[in-house]
Design a protein around this ligand. Sequence first.
Ligand SMILES: *Cc1c(COP(=O)(O)O)cnc(C)c1O
Length: 567
Amino acid sequence: MSSSLDSFLAKAHIAYFSMEIAIRSEMRTYAGGLGVLAGDTARSCADLELPVVFVTLVSRAGYFRQTIDAQGRQVEEPDYWEPSDFCEPLDALIAVRIEGRQVWIRPWLYVQTCPLCHQVPILLLDTDLDQNAPEDREITHNLYGDGDEYRLKQEIVLGIGGIRLLRALGFNVHTYHLNEGHAALLTLELLNQWKVLPEDRISGEPSYDIAKVREQCVFTTHTPVEAGHDRFSYELFERFLPDFVELSSLKQLAGKDRLNMTRLALNLSDYVNGVARRHTETTERMFPGYRVHNITNGVHAGVWTHDAFARLYQDHFPHWQHEPEILVRALQLPEAELWRAHLAAKADLVAKVAELTGTTLDPALPVLGFARRMTGYKRPLLLFEDLDRLAKIATAYPFQVVMAGKAHPRDADGKEAVRELHEVVRNLAGKITCTFLPDYDMDIAKTLVAGADVWLNTPLPPFEASGTSGMKAALNGGLNLSVLDGWWVEACIEGVTGWAIGKDGDGGSNHDHATALYDKLESVVLPLYHADPERWRWMMKQAIANIAYYFNSARMMRRYAAEAYLR
Ligand SMILES: *Cc1c(COP(=O)(O)O)cnc(C)c1O
């Protein structure tokens, strides 16, 4: 076995399973916030020397590369990356029998090293092997690829294949962390491990030692809508994995009519958590009878802080990377230095926008940033409900807008939103400089969250489980202007750390929220930027002190370690 793996084998006894993970921008193994969270989790595990091994799919063709055609429509292309550029092939090989065929799986090893120099292993599962039938070679190509059949095969490879590989490589895992329901099939492999033999069973008792499986599993759910959860027909499941587990037991655990991955994970995990206080409450209402803990998300301070801010923090708080809590003292940062760091981050954004789109931004004017997955509940068009009103506001208080985001290829509404945004950009030309950066990824996110003055978020409550891009902005002194949902319910101190759009629990109709957004921009946010730079800089420091010190993944992982892993 390879020497780079040896050092991890004895130590790593917690396995974190995630369908996607944002390790580095060039490795296209992520689609959005879920993957970025998994990546920040890995980075903080490395920082904190937590004994964790990560398991994901290699997703050779990525999520997709987004370009925009002349009509402003999203065009999708495969986004291939070359695993051997970044990862080491391991010579372990295992198989899972799917639909009567052996599907062979081999892992790549990526070693995540962090600023503090510690490391964790990340295993990327690959079925693109000579041994496999042509269609099986593609199972690990497209992240969130099309159709139930493809998706179920991917989840079999991730969950069941992942566990078998860990065993084959010699890991001795005692805790499995399921990042979202995609990995829930790993519990079936565990059920089989804890089978109760017929001669030991009292009639009517389950055939599996459920308590043993539950002891080993931690489940983090991220989706506050039932419809967002993966479900498969039992017919399909039986076709792919005939006689893999006792169907009657499975139906008790995962739902009578369909195999619901969230139900399965909920029933087989001793520790379940939501990712922000509001989301945890929503989850408890959706699944009465389950105990749901809360660990609010955080972002990795080292990765999401612009170099200029990192130097500023380093000068004043030398241990800030290991102890981001110290940023609670950000009020003592000299305002001139803070503003200089912001101008450096903003200059980088201005340069990136010019490079990618040819649009010239004015660094003296405020930049509103909006970037996230383009999908219905995120309401990317809310800012543009009333173009006349928006243009009028811009006449009094000029501002600019930079946007980015991908719509899932099958999300017709999301794709239509991308097209409409491009139409809006054209309609506002000469009135408001708006621009859309194609192919949103970690690189663009890093530049955009750091360079924007105001970070805008307009989700329809309660659908934003947490949201993390606003946390990245706050690490760089960015001020959030957001609907009260997800993490922002916990972080917003009105007029201090940022601003709310509308009131908590106000129902959130598009029209009301758009009006509230315009009112706040016109009477509070933009006048403050233009007329009271001192107060603005004070708020930037308040955002760092009250948000960045807490909403980081070092705090998040200390809590997972203490509350979920150490039980
Ligand atoms: C942080 C990030 C996200 C998540 O942003 P949200 O505000 O949570 O929606 C999505 N995509 C990329 C590339 C990111 O860096």
